[in-house]
Write a protein that binds this ligand. Sequence first.
Ligand code: ATP
Ligand code: MG
Length: 567
Amino acid sequence: MSMTKAKETTVSNFIRTIIDEDLAKGKHETIVTRFPPEPNGYLHIGHAKSICLNFGLALDYGGHCNLRFDDTNPLKEEEEYVASIKEDVSWLGYDWDGHLNYASDYFQDLYTYALRLIEDGKAYVCSLSQEEIREYRGTLKVPGRESPYRKRSVRENLELFEQMRCGAFPEGSYVLRARIDMAHPNLNMRDPVIYRILKAYHHRTGDTWCIYPTYDYAHGLSDALEGVTHSLCSLEFEDHRPLYDWFLDQLPVPSRPRQYEFARLNLGYTVLSKRKLIQLVQKGCVRGWDDPRMPTICGLRRRGFSAASIRNFCELIGVGKSYSLVDMSMLEHAAREDLNKTASRVMGVLDPLKVVLINYPEDQEEELEAVNNPEDLAMGVRRVPFSREIYIEQDDFREDPPRKYFRLAPGREVRLRYGYYITCVDVIKDEQTGEILEVHCTFDPETRGGDSPDGRKVKGTLHWVSARHCIRAEVRLYDRLFVRPDPTADEKEGSDFMEHLNPDSLRTIESCPVEPSIREMGPGTRCQLERKGYFCVDPDTTPGRLVLNRTVPLRDSWAKIEQKMKG
Ligand code: ATP
Ligand code: MG
């Protein structure tokens, strides 16, 4: 796997400033970062922010980034998630370059450190129940109370902890706690639990352990064992930093990492939490983790977002310390910028209306030359078949055109893209319903390729597909997954985020005529259907059935907002 350069230009941020200072002072010679996913679900676009930050910094500063699975909770973790996370990180263009670790690699070290804490009188085995521990902890205003087991002797603690490890006790009967300060203003410092009994099979260590370390205990020590210099996490962990430091201060660790917090990504009209996303999957609200409506990396990939567009989005949103809700249109903007340069243009009609060219011979057909990408002429040209009957979009024809409507209407002439000028001469309707069945036009043979030798101008250019030659596609159009910008906003009032699902987030159109060149495009291929948006061939495609996902429509609302802001 080769390292892909993530960015061409870099915008600075407070973390870069810290790193620059550390390197200038000689505090570190190089940097080591890590991306520490818990393998309990698929990665989402929020994780992409963390991946781009951690791997991107390592790349830019010539250090390295560890991919470390934080697999300390065997109840929720699975090998399937490990595999998907590796796939997604690679797909995003990053390489852990052999630095693939698991917190479970350190279970023995973490256990040895725990013994050391006990020996030093800094940890004790507690027999309070989970609820009692919560009660004893106190609140922000009320100091906690000390556990009656806090004064157990070192010897008794060592014996009990050893028995916990051997499986002598049932789950929930004992925990190991750090002995810090039950009156500490920071609740995380009030004798936090560092080990609990879990008689669960672990996907890597099997039945070797029946006690498992907590995140707070394992995380900083794993960082230290790996020589991580800058441990970057989201702001929720700010209050955990004193604890992070406390463990490192008590124990003979081989290196001294520092934790820095940045604001997590929140994206409008969706949820970014594995716990919530898994509910959507399990309750069948979406077709799976890779449903193109999901904000997961695999969902975005299936929808047609390129890795470059996700990296560019992460660059665009930057890294800061304050809460923000990012608009989906920013992500779509990043996709358009990339796809405009890279996606082949093809023609397809989502809502077909038949046009008959009455002066075009019935048995004639021809091929017209079309440019694959006007933004990149190196992408070449293709031949598009043309014949007497074609499809155009329903909304490209109006019997009574309003003002400023420049498309086809009775008596009006328009251009067919790469084709001819056509003029509407008749409208054929269903006698009973009045529905327009087809539109009759004449074509001007002198205008082949789209220009008139007499310099005659037309205002509208329509995309089209030859009826005789087209292939049919199932087209899936996506909208926001939720109807509210923040579906979790009223969670505290007892409302469930699932109540705000958008019932119209998927619209499927069967049997759209598309130009036959699409047949060459395999699953995952991205293209632009001219005037309709960027699309991607879905993996549901089989030899007899073409399925297209719309990644984004062409209209870029964010670019407009940006322009306005620039004034
Ligand atoms: P989730 O709530 O989705 O499970 P998490 O933080 O529990 O998120 P982890 O697997 O523990 O998921 O996260 C791995 C890394 O990704 C962590 O360092 C975490 O801070 C970061 N991360 C998770 N969500 C976001 C987000 N929305 N924005 C930025 N970073 C994130
Ligand atoms: Mg987590």
